[in-house]
Design a protein around this ligand. Structure first.
Ligand SMILES: [Zn+2]
Length: 400
């Protein structure tokens, strides 16, 4: 039997009734009632029995244990099939022929055939970038641009102007709309000063124009759910939020995550003839059941995988089944352009490797696993679905 003494030492009474220190050299044990967490600084070493380390514990930024797991390693520097990055954010790469040519060299090394620039550009900037792309002998079929929509000042007369600009952008070469940023819903204000809701009726003409012009609408709504939660030691993204405090959404300043999801889903429901691609798996990569429900209800909704690899790779069996089930509606995309990060995606999608590092420690203190997608699914996710829903893309250069 065990008894907790006021000294905090956990002593056991052996069969002979003699008090002794815990076997194994432990000390300072503390019993806790069933269901209670251990006190701060302690960890559960036996059921309902907590203990503090005998050395000062490292901070979470300094604790970098070497994995001793010996398991097959399949690094995948190049995608198995030519990929379309539907969520590209090239920056200076579209400014000159030389920069564009260098982008092509980097994409070749990754087997990315095409990048779709989702930089929310419109008007003269879009015309200028398309001119650089069209003038390139090597890249003219390998970069395309989504048109931005300016949601500032929504009020009387806004829709006519926005639709006219969209038509002009399409004439200049835009292949879709996006990336509609998270500002829509979170912070964008209407002309009257009120928050512009994602499902505001004043925006309907844009969604109707997208359907008429057969433009996919690429939309990023909200952010990871933990950004709305208290920043305590139960927050799965504590480190990220401590590194980047601006990513938090205090309730007194911002609509809730669920409010934004409700508005987004209203938008999707009201526009069944418009093709939508929700970025970052709609921020439901941590709840694929919820995403499956949404995508089952709304067959015009597609989902893009950028920047949520840490959630895909920590549930390899569920993610594999989800990708197989929705293989016609998942699109590859990366988000921020860092060439060295793409191979992590290839490895998660193409292998069955166990327990390997993600590229950003602060997003995810856990390891990833390959989800081992069949070739037919890989082809659709890498390029087939993007080609099908984006009819203005150059369609050559992809396998059958
Ligand atoms: Zn983006």
């Amino acid at each position: 039997m065990t008894r907790r003494f006021t000294t905090g030492l956990l002593l056991t009474i052996g069969s002979a009734g003699v008090l002794s220190a815990q076997p194994g050299g432990g000390n300072r044990g503390t019993a806790v009632p069933p269901g209670d967490p251990c006190p701060p600084g302690m960890t559960e070493v036996r059921p309902r029995n907590c203990q503090a380390p005998t050395l000062p514990p490292p901070s979470i930024v300094d604790y970098r244990p070497r994995s001793t797991l010996v398991a097959p390693v399949h690094l995948i520097p190049k995608a198995k099939y030519p990929a379309i990055d539907f969520h590209g954010h090239p920056t200076s790469q579209l400014n000159s022929d030389a920069a564009l040519t260098e982008l092509g060299r980097q994409l070749d090394a990754l087997n990315i055939r095409m990048m779709i620039a989702a930089n929310n550009v419109s008007g003269p900037a879009l015309v200028q970038q398309m001119a650089v792309i069209r003038a390139s002998t090597t890249m003219r079929d390998r970069v395309r641009i989504l048109a931005g929509v300016n949601f500032g000042g929504v009020g009387p007369g806004w829709a006519e102007k926005a639709v006219a600009q969209l038509e002009a952008d399409v004439a200049a070469g835009a292949v879709g709309i996006g990336e509609i940023g998270k500002g829509l819903g979170l912070s964008t204000r209407k002309a009257d000063g009120s928050r512009l809701q994602i499902d505001d009726a004043a925006l309907q003409p844009i969604w109707a124009a997208a359907a008429r012009l057969k433009l996919p609408v690429f939309i990023h709504t909200a952010d990871p759910q933990e950004f709305w939660q208290p920043l305590d030691y139960n927050n799965e993204r504590w480190l990220e939020l401590a590194l980047f405090p601006g990513r938090r959404y205090p309730a007194e300043q911002y609509p809730s995550f669920e409010t934004l999801m409700t508005e987004r889903d209203n938008l999707l429901r009201r526009n069944p003839n418009t093709t939508f691609v929700i970025a970052h798996l709609g921020w439901h990569a941590n709840d694929l059941g919820r995403l499956a429900k949404l995508m089952t209800e709304l067959p015009h909704v597609h989902a893009e995988v950028g920047a949520v690899l840490y959630d895909i790779g920590r549930q390899p069996r569920a993610a594999h089944d989800f990708f197989v089930r929705f293989q016609d509606r998942i699109l590859f995309g990366k988000d921020s352009y860092q060439p060295e990060e793409y191979p992590y995606y290839w490895r998660v999608f193409e292998t069955r490797d166990d327990y390997f590092d993600y590229y950003r420690d602060y997003h995810a203190k856990w390891k990833l696993y390959g989800i081992d997608l069949p070739d037919a699914v890989l082809k659709k996710v890498y390029f087939g679905n993007a080609l099908r829903i984006t009819s203005r893309l150059p369609q050559a250069g992809f396998p059958k």
